[in-house]
Design a protein around this ligand. Structure first.
Ligand SMILES: [Zn+2]
Length: 436
């Protein structure tokens, strides 16, 4: 099997705050074979001199929507064909990989086809964990139907299995099982509402306990888990009670929730762009009085989020939740890295969030549904997958080297790949190398 030997690198292993200084990392095939501060003897390996740079695990995005190009939910319902979704998904996959993300979990709207194309080498992209169709109630956050469409109407999104409307546990069983059949690795349940969407107050408590438990039951049939879009405290607690393992957004997070999460071993993913004051200025919010009112009430309720999370820490993963053009999502990802993670939580916590915590979350998809179960993701250790970045400088001291952005709305387009990320390897294959 081909070997690659990285020498003269400082290793951030995804977990420890101290880098392993002056180390070598040997990759064999698609796995890491050894990590050592002693010289590694590998006479047949291709040697890459890291020149004192930092070697880190590839980044992990836990909440993307690679298929959803926007500009609005009604526009996607009305005008978008399967070709549009597929082309957008392929371009998003390539963008994510070149931004240093070697793994992406999709939080709704994508089935197994994109992963098949990536894993077969037909297009470049990260390892991919799709959720199949969003599962949500009538009037909930995944209801894309036109305003006058009767309940249960077929939609563009339901035909393509991007979103399914449920009414009762039988619908949950039907669509949840269909998601796994179509290549999902976990399920996504829409509990709370949203700010920009049309029909749903953000405080919505959608899905009966029976319906959420039905989703968890189907996920467990497949050895996998459920992620839930939950804002309100009652929503988060009922999701955890039902066995949901991944709370998405969780904006009403407090120390009582933290205690339940830690008891159950559950995770939260945070898209901190939701706390950006600039959000109130985006046209989709500013020009729609009902959305503006929702945004203001949400920001008031969620004011304690960051402080609560610092006071009562839980396992927290990185998410961007971008719906929009590839160029806009590239900007949003860079901004989420900086403004949100680094400025609120500091570089070390942000690096853990981007790497090992993400690896733990995607591994919850279990032995049967995890398409990448031969090694760990998000860490640099013996036996882990060879998903590796070589970065100029030390991200634990200067976080900007991971490719951060200072501005969100109105920002200039970002480069296809950050200059400071000099090498990107996924599954033992090098996709970028500017060291030579
Ligand atoms: Zn989302």
């Amino acid at each position: 099997m081909p070997q690659t030997l990285f020498t003269n690198v400082h290793v951030f292993d995804g977990v420890n705050e101290q880098r392993m200084e002056n180390a070598s990392v040997l990759v064999e095939g698609n796995l890491i074979k050894s990590v050592s501060t002693d010289a590694i003897d590998a006479p047949n390996a291709t040697v890459i001199d890291g020149g004192g740079r930092t070697l880190t695990p590839g980044f992990i995005e836990l909440h993307a929507h690679l298929m959803l190009m926007g500009p609005t939910l009604p526009a996607m319902e009305a005008n978008t064909t399967w070709e549009d979704f597929a082309i957008h998904g392929a371009r998003m996959a390539e963008m994510y990989l070149m931004q240093g993300f070697t793994t992406v979990r999709d939080a709704g709207g994508a089935n197994g086809g994109l992963r098949r194309a990536i894993d077969a080498g037909q297009i470049d992209g990260p390892r991919y964990f799709p959720s199949g169709a969003f599962i949500g109630t009538r009037g909930g956050h995944a209801d894309f139907a036109n305003f006058t469409a009767p309940p249960g109407s077929e939609t563009n999104m339901s035909r393509l299995n991007l979103a399914q409307e449920i009414s009762g546990v039988d619908d949950v069983y039907k669509f949840a099982r269909n998601n796994f059949r179509m290549g999902a690795t976990q399920l996504k349940f829409m509990q709370s509402g949203g700010v920009v969407s049309a029909f749903d107050p953000w405080q919505l408590l959608a899905g009966s306990p029976e319906e959420i438990r039905a989703a968890v039951q189907v996920a467990n049939e497949y050895g996998s888990y459920v992620m839930a879009h939950s804002y309100r405290k009652e929503a988060i607690l009922s999701a955890l009670e039902a066995g949901v393992m991944s709370i998405e957004h969780g904006f009403s997070f407090d120390c009582e929730i933290a205690q339940v999460m830690n008891e159950k071993g559950a995770y939260i993913t945070t898209n901190l762009t939701a706390f950006d004051p600039g959000l109130l200025d985006i046209p989709a919010v500013a020009n729609v009085p009902s959305s503006l009112a929702k945004a203001k009430s949400a920001s008031a309720t969620f004011a304690g989020y960051i402080d609560n999370m610092k006071e009562c820490p839980v396992k927290r993963g990185f998410q961007t939740d971008c719906v929009g053009s590839v160029e806009a999502c590239n900007i949003q990802i860079a901004y989420e890295k900086k403004h949100l993670n680094n400025e609120f939580f500091g570089p070390y916590t942000s690096m853990v969030t981007l790497t090992s915590t993400g690896g733990e979350v995607v591994a919850l998809s279990g032995d049967f549904m995890n398409p990448y179960s031969a090694g760990k993701l998000g860490v640099i250790e013996e036996g882990a997958y060879a998903d590796i970045l070589l970065i100029d400088g030390n991200p634990l001291e200067d976080f900007s080297v991971v490719g951060t952005g200072d501005q969100w709305f109105g920002a200039d387009p970002r480069p296809d790949s950050p200059e400071t990320i000099r090498l990107i390897m996924k599954d033992g294959v090098i996709y970028k190398n500017t060291l030579e």
